[in-house]
Design a protein around this ligand. Structure first.
Ligand code: ZN
Ligand code: ZN
Length: 93
């Protein structure tokens, strides 16, 4: 589904590129950025803050046998993997 776009007449606060549409109504008290600068900003922020990227995996918990479909890291295959429940249980031991 397409997001609603607002017609605006603004300049990107970073590169100065003209912006004619935004996916939100600009409030005027914050600089707005073009889609390229926004993407760049998001990527920088993601790597800086260490926001967790999830990897799709097809693994089995070594503790209870539950299927693991996502991990916050790429499994290397040389260590047993545990589901969240088992990790929590192990930590509370
Ligand atoms: Zn820009
Ligand atoms: Zn488990």
């Amino acid at each position: 589904m397409d997001r609603q776009m607002f017609d605006v007449d603004l300049e990107c606060g970073k590169c100065g590129k003209h912006i004619s549409q935004l996916p939100f109504q600009p409030s005027g008290d914050r600089p707005v950025f073009c889609s390229e600068c926004n993407r760049e900003y998001r990527e920088t922020r993601t790597s800086n803050r260490g926001e967790r990227q999830m990897f799709d995996v097809d693994e089995t918990c070594a503790g209870c046998g539950t299927a693991i479909t996502q991990l916050p890291f790429q499994p290397t295959g040389d260590k047993p993997l545990y589901c969240r429940e088992c990790l929590v249980a192990n930590r509370n031991k």
